[in-house]
Write a protein that binds this ligand. Structure first.
Ligand code: GTP
Ligand code: MG
Length: 375
């Protein structure tokens, strides 16, 4: 392996050399343009500037799960709850399913807890004699997948494909399957509306077989659970299957480091300022942390959970609403925590500058196209 100079790294990252020098300066490393950097240092700088560095030496299946883990995390991995997205055709029962899971499970939790819309729900489940959790994302499945594909990250571990047993496979069913397959996310099929007399689960299995999803009782390996979201029928079985798949996937992360993850939702609240729901995918996020999300930054002033509860620390797979950002980040942006406020500010400002540059470049190139098409 060889070292990179600051200039080579700048070229590689398509970044001004000054940004790299600045970033190193805040790590306590003073360098000039021609100086060589160790690969580890170069990697750290690149990641701070928002560039993902491939780590081919990471072979563990667990590490592949999120692309959020570094080599250093591998010694400290702990099981984390699965993050689940619900997908399916219009009116097949996605919202009803999520609502009825939430009602049956969340209501058993803190009495009187007011559920708050934060874009994700945590559900507690008794499984194999111990308490386990599942996190459901409340973003439309296709949006979550589009954001993921655009940024190359994986925000969901398991996709629940809802297919109404009285309607069968429809265009968005096919689309959901191809999204999940492209992202290599395991699919569990919920054959819904089985309470309807005209429902025909076997016909659904037949149709799905033609799309490459073969039910276990048909000799395949796709878990298919007949449910009625409306009547709450067989939901426990569906939840069990989610935990089973999660176990097989060996989902893990390192809670003992600064947090990183993805922005799930964001908005500007009149009273509270910029608000963002963050999914923690590695590390632990805490009140007081210095955070960069896309090109915005801030010190976390408060965190709110899905039951309107105050949260001090959010461990991997948990979603929290955070206050204290200087602006509204975009859903799908990645976030990182930095040791100091200064570092967070430098990274965020460098990214904002990059975004302005690329917007300017785009504007200029589109102007060239306009001019040449006029001549
Ligand atoms: P979009 O968000 O519009 O894509 O729809 P959705 O997939 O979220 O479907 P939604 O949960 O809104 O359900 C659509 C309709 O189907 C509603 O009238 C539900 O009451 C009904 N429905 C959902 N699940 C069931 C079920 O298990 N049985 C019956 N009989 N009706 C159901
Ligand atoms: Mg809906």
């Amino acid at each position: 392996s060889h070292n990179l100079t600051v200039r080579e790294l700048a070229d590689l990252l398509n970044t001004p050399e000054t940004d790299i020098i600045k970033s190193l300066f805040f790590k306590g490393i003073a360098v000039n343009i021609t100086q060589s950097l160790e690969l580890e240092t170069a990697r750290a700088v690149a990641e701070e500037l928002g560039v993902k560095v491939e780590t081919p030496e990471i072979k563990s299946a667990a590490a592949k799960e999120t692309e959020m883990l570094d080599a250093a995390d591998l010694d400290n991995l702990q099981t984390r709850p699965p993050v689940v997205t619900i997908m399916g055709h219009v009116d097949h029962g996605k919202t009803t399913l999520l609502d009825s899971i939430r009602q049956s499970k969340v209501a058993q939790g803190e009495a009187g807890g007011i559920t708050q819309h934060i874009g994700a729900y945590h559900v507690d489940i008794e499984h194999n004699g111990n308490q386990q959790q599942i996190v459901f994302l409340d973003t439309p499945g296709h949006e979550a997948f589009t954001a993921m594909r655009a940024r190359g990250t994986r925000v969901t571990d398991i996709a629940i494909l809802v297919v109404a047993a009285d309607d069968g496979v429809q265009p968005q069913t096919r689309e959901a399957i191809s999204h999940a397959k492209a992202a290599e996310v395991p699919i569990i099929v919920a054959i819904n509306k089985i309470d309807k007399p005209e429902s025909n689960p076997e016909r659904i299995k037949q149709e799905l077989t033609e799309l490459g999803l073969v039910a276990e009782d048909w000799g395949g390996d796709t878990i298919m659970v007949p449910v009625s979201a409306l009547k709450g029928e067989n939901l426990d079985n569906l939840l069990e299957m989610i935990l089973l798949v999660a176990e097989i996937e060996e989902l893990s992360a390192n809670p003992d480091r600064l947090a990183k993850g993805t922005v799930i939702e964001s908005n500007l609240d009149r009273a509270r300022g910029p608000v963002a729901t963050l999914l923690v995918q590695n590390g632990t996020l805490r009140v007081g942390d210095n955070i960069v999300a896309g090109s915005v930054f801030g010190k976390i002033r408060a965190m709110v959970g899905d039951r309107g509860n105050k949260v001090e620390a959010a461990t991997p797979s948990f979603a929290v609403e955070v206050l204290g950002l200087n602006d509204v980040p975009e859903a799908g942006d990645e976030f990182d925590v930095y040791p100091t406020e200064k570092e967070a500010r430098v990274v965020a400002e460098a990214r904002a500058e990059q975004q302005r540059d690329s917007r300017l470049q785009q504007a200029m190139s589109s102007r060239r196209i306009t001019l040449s098409s006029l001549s």
